[in-house]
Ligand binder design. Structure first.
Ligand SMILES: Cc1ncc(C[n+]2csc(CCOP(=O)(O)OP(=O)(O)O)c2C)c(N)n1
Length: 375
C-alpha cells in the first residue's frame, strides 16, 4: 500500500501542488490528506468533475503548471466534454493529471451502478486518446509512474491519467473537520419526511446513503419499495428524474430526496424545475455540508443559502429547518405548499454503521415503480 503523504508529496516535488475534484470513497484517504495539507486556493472541491477540469485548465493558464483532478470513475462522464473540447491537443492542448478511482473493476465485486462504469473506465480513456497507468501499490514503482506521468505532460502538454484500484492507499483520517452544532440525523429526517407522504406520492432519491436509508426505512415499516426510485448512480440528476415523472403524472406528488453535494453538482437543473413549475413537486435537500457517502469531505452546502437560490430561480415555496419539531410543523402544511417547493433540512454528518444496501436490483426497482405509477 502507498502512504497518502508519499503520493501527494511526490506530486508536489514534481511541481503539482494544485488539486480540484469531487471526492470518491476509493480515494477517501488521498482526498482527506489533500484537504488537510492544501489551502483553499490549492484544493477546490468542485461542483462536478467537468468543472474540476475547467479549474485545472485555469490553473495551468495562470501558472504553466498542470493541476491534478481527482474523481471517482463515475465522474468520467462529466469530464468527457472538457477533455474533448478544452484540454485536447486538437484544441488548447492543456495538461491535466487525472486521478481516477476505479470502482467496479472487472473481477472485483461492486454495487450494480459501478459495474458498467468499471468495464469502460480505461476504454473511455483510450477513446479520448489519454495515456494512463494503473498505479502500483508499491511506493518505488508508484514514484516511477508519477515521474513518467509528469515528464509526459511536460513534453506533450497532454492530459495523463493515473487509475487507482481499491486498497491502494494506507488509511488517513481527515483532521480538519468543520464543526457545526446540527443535531438532527439524516436518517431521522428521511424517516420523518417519508412518513408524511400521501399514498400515491412517489420519491426519487439521490445517490449514496440517502437512498440506502430510505430503502431501510421501507423495509423496517414493511412497506415495499415500489414508491421509491433509488438513483443509485447518475449523481446530481435525481431532481430531473423527479421532474420527468412529475410532468407526466400530474395527479400525484413527486418528491426528490436530494443531497447538498448532488444538488450542487448540477445546480442549473433547479432553474428548469422552477421554470417548468410542476404543481406536484417537492425538492427536499438533506444538507449536511458534506459528501458524506464517500468520506465526509466538505461541500459548500452549509455556506450557501439554498432556499434563496431556489427562490431566485423561481421555486414558489421554500423552507429551511434544522430540527424535528420544525420539520414536522412544515410537513403538516404539505397540502398547502405552493409547488414547486424546496425544503432544506440541515442535518448532521454520519450514518448508522450497520446501514445496509438495497437488496432489490435496479431493474426490479424500475419495474415496481412503473407498475405503481400506472395505478
Ligand atoms: C458523477 C459522480 N461523482 C462522484 C460520485 C461519488 N459519490 C457518490 S455519493 C457522493 C456524495 C454525495 O453527497 P451528497 O449529495 O451531499 O449526499 P450525502 O452523501 O452527504 O448524504 C459522491 C461524491 C458519483 N457517484 N458520481
Amino acid at each position: 500500500m502507498i502512504r497518502p503523504e508519499f503520493f501527494i508529496e511526490t506530486l508536489r516535488e514534481k511541481g503539482i501542488d494544485c488539486f480540484a475534484g469531487v471526492p470518491d470513497s476509493l480515494l477517501k484517504n488521498i482526498c482527506a490528506y489533500i484537504t488537510d495539507h492544501f489551502d483553499a486556493a490549492h484544493n477546490i472541491i468542485a461542483a462536478n468533475e467537468g468543472a474540476a477540469v475547467g479549474l485545472a485548465a485555469g490553473h495551468y493558464l495562470a501558472t504553466g503548471q498542470p493541476a491534478c483532478v481527482y474523481m471517482q470513475n463515475s465522474g468520467e462522464g462529466n469530464i468527457i466534454n472538457p477533455l474533448a473540447s478544452l484540454t485536447d491537443q486538437e484544441v488548447y492542448n492543456i495538461p491535466v493529471l487525472l486521478l481516477i478511482g476505479w470502482r467496479g473493476r472487472p473481477g472485483v465485486h461492486d454495487e450494480p451502478q459501478h459495474v458498467k462504469q468499471g468495464k469502460v473506465t480505461t476504454g473511455l480513456l483510450n477513446v479520448m486518446g489519454i495515456d494512463y497507468t494503473v498505479l502500483s501499490k508499491e511506493e518505488d514503482k508508484a514514484e516511477a509512474q508519477i515521474k513518467k506521468a509528469v515528464a509526459f505532460m511536460q513534453a506533450t502538454k497532454q492530459c495523463y491519467a493515473i487509475v487507482i484500484e481499491k486498497d491502494t492507499f494506507d488509511a488517513y483520517t481527515l483532521q480538519n473537520v468543520e464543526k457545526n452544532d446540527l443535531t438532527l440525523s439524516r436518517e431521522e429526517a428521511i424517516q420523518t419526511v417519508a412518513a408524511a407522504l400521501g399514498e400515491k406520492d412517489c420519491i426519487v432519491s439521490t445517490t449514496g446513503m440517502i437512498s440506502r436509508e430510505l430503502f431501510e426505512y421501507r423495509t423496517a415499516m414493511n412497506q415495499g419499495h415500489e414508491r421509491d426510485f433509488l438513483t443509485v448512480g447518475s449523481m446530481g440528476h435525481a431532481s430531473q428524474i423527479a421532474l420527468g415523472i412529475a410532468l407526466a403524472k400530474q395527479d400525484r406528488n413527486v418528491w426528490c430526496f436530494d443531497g447538498d453535494g448532488a444538488s450542487i453538482m448540477h445546480m442549473g437543473s433547479m432553474a428548469i424545475v422552477a421554470n417548468k413549475a410542476p404543481k406536484n413537486y417537492v425538492h427536499v435537500v438533506f444538507n449536511n455540508g458534506a459528501h458524506d457517502s464517500v468520506g465526509g469531505q466538505p461541500t459548500v452546502g452549509l455556506k450557501i443559502d439554498l432556499p434563496a437560490v431556489a427562490k431566485a430561480v423561481g421555486y414558489k415555496t421554500t423552507y429551511s429547518v434544522d430540527n424535528k419539531a420544525e420539520l414536522e410543523s412544515v410537513l403538516a402544511k404539505v397540502n398547502s405548499f405552493e409547488s414547486p417547493a424546496l425544503l432544506e433540512i440541515k442535518v448532521k454528518k454520519g450514518n448508522r454503521k450497520d446501514l445496509g444496501r438495497p437488496t432489490t436490483t435496479p431493474i426490479q426497482n424500475k419495474e415496481a415503480l412503473m407498475t405503481f405509477l400506472k395505478k
